[in-house]
Design a protein around this ligand. Structure first.
Ligand SMILES: C[S@@+](CC[C@H](N)C(=O)[O-])C[C@H]1O[C@@H](n2cnc3c(N)ncnc32)[C@H](O)[C@@H]1O
Length: 210
């Protein structure tokens, strides 16, 4: 063993011990440091934000709930707690570190974690036996996504939603509303101050097929 290898082994052990001790917070910070533009925020959403965003969901009539950008799963358990026993939650994240973490820590049979892009939501939903989603939740950093990706995601989301379903979006800037307005005619808006930083909330309703 070279001197370099000998000193690298304890370092990686120390790193994984620190990660384990910090739990989801450590995984989130690591994901942020590896890809700050795609992750967009260093602090997970607050309980108040979660309750407000999920407030208008009609859980009795929800068979498929999709989440984009779950990170370390701040919304996943609250969604599963409200979801019917025969329903499904599909989460989609581009960061394999987050998807591996979610697969290891959430063992609920209604939960499916996919490493991929929200822009491919239609294929992902079909691959899991559904035609349409009832609700799509997004924590994506719309304002820092590469050009064209935000509108492509908003358009695919409108297509994948059933009539009467909704696109639930929380964001630190009001820009997500601009992307949504191209596809969603009716958008309700809100603001949650108890969040770091305070966040804008949009509920885009799909009232009719395009
Ligand atoms: C602000 S973080 C989400 C925080 C988390 N949902 C919460 O409530 O604390 C944004 C997430 O979006 C993911 N992401 C970025 N671009 C994406 C894309 N095109 N498709 C799916 N996930 C994406 C990032 O990897 C990151 O996990």
């Amino acid at each position: 063993m070279t001197t370099e290898m000998a000193s690298a082994a304890p370092l990686s052990k120390i790193k994984s011990r620190i990660r384990r001790a910090m739990g989801p917070w450590g995984v989130f910070v690591e994901g942020f440091l590896k890809n700050p533009v795609m992750v967009g925020s260093i602090v997970p959403s607050s309980r108040q934000t979660i309750a407000k965003v999920l407030g208008p969901v009609d859980w009795d009539n929800t068979k498929l709930f999709v989440e984009y950008g779950p990170g370390v799963g701040t919304f996943c358990q609250p969604v599963l707690d409200r979801l019917r026993r025969d329903a499904m939650l599909i989460v989609i994240d581009t960061n394999p570190l987050f998807i591996d973490y979610l697969k290891r820590t959430i063992t609920d049979s209604r939960f499916v974690a996919v490493n991929g892009s929200a822009a491919d939501v239609e294929e992902i939903v079909r691959a899991h036996g559904h035609e349409k989603a009832d609700y799509v939740l997004s924590g994506l950093p719309f304002s820092t996504l590469p050009p064209g990706v935000g509108p492509a995601i908003a358009s695919a989301t409108h297509r994948v939603l059933r009539k009467g379903g909704a696109f639930l979006v929380y964001q630190f800037t009001p820009r997500a509303g601009d992307f949504m307005a191209q596809f969603f005619k009716r958008i309700d808006k809100g603001l949650e101050w108890i969040n770091v930083p305070p966040c804008f909330i949009f509920w885009g309703w799909k009232d009719e097929e395009a």
